[in-house]
Design a binder for this molecule. Sequence first.
Ligand code: ADP
Ligand code: MG
Length: 238
Amino acid sequence: MTNNALIGEARSAGRGSLDELNGKRLLTQFGVAVPKSVVVQAGESLTPKLAGLEGPYVVKVMSQDILHKSDVGGVRVRMKDAAEVEAAISDMLARPEIAKARLDGFLVEEMAPAGQELVIGALRDPQFGPLVMVGLGGIFVEVLKDVAFRICPIERIDAVEMLDELKGKALLDGARGQAGVSREAIIETLLKIGSEQGLLMSLSEDIAEADINPLIVSQHGAVAVDARFILTAQGAQA
Ligand code: ADP
Ligand code: MG
């Protein structure tokens, strides 16, 4: 039996994973920053709902049928007001992949401060237990496989070394006229995920795979703007 209510609810609902909203709630429980957000439904009056959020906004489709939201036109960034958010939702509803999906609504969130996109991942090795992974976003992970892995639990020195192993690490220090980003913020995030007290060790029976993609890191901090957790089958029976 899981000791985490979010995971318990997902399992009771027969879901094998946490969706983006609940994944971000789980990250918040472990101190990882996520964008402030609200869930809205198509046709709902948006101005009051957006009152507590600072623009510009990001709009994302929420559906268990859609894994890669951008691939189906389900992510719009830099929407400046409620009218633009509303138009973005209408556009999304007109797309065939979105029209036919089971929709939970739309997530409207604040834009993270601009920065470097990283990926933090996790998977469970049958022998060694949870592994944590970090890489630079986009082609660095997908094409160049420029990633560093460690067996959990990790300590600060491991997180520092993981960043040093990345071939593209110069991007963290600033390249092509861009400011460097906070390595400390990345290290802290890796520890919140992979340390002895971190998410993976605390929930090692429950999490089969995790994917924060991307973590947007600026000079001042790191924000997880997309997250997905796949639950173990084993815990489902417990
Ligand atoms: P998916 O991976 O399902 O296509 P994401 O939630 O990762 O969707 O969004 C796609 C991209 O949009 C991200 O990689 C990031 O560049 C950008 N993005 C998403 N949410 C935010 C946000 N809150 N602030 C800034 N950029 C964002
Ligand atoms: Mg993503």
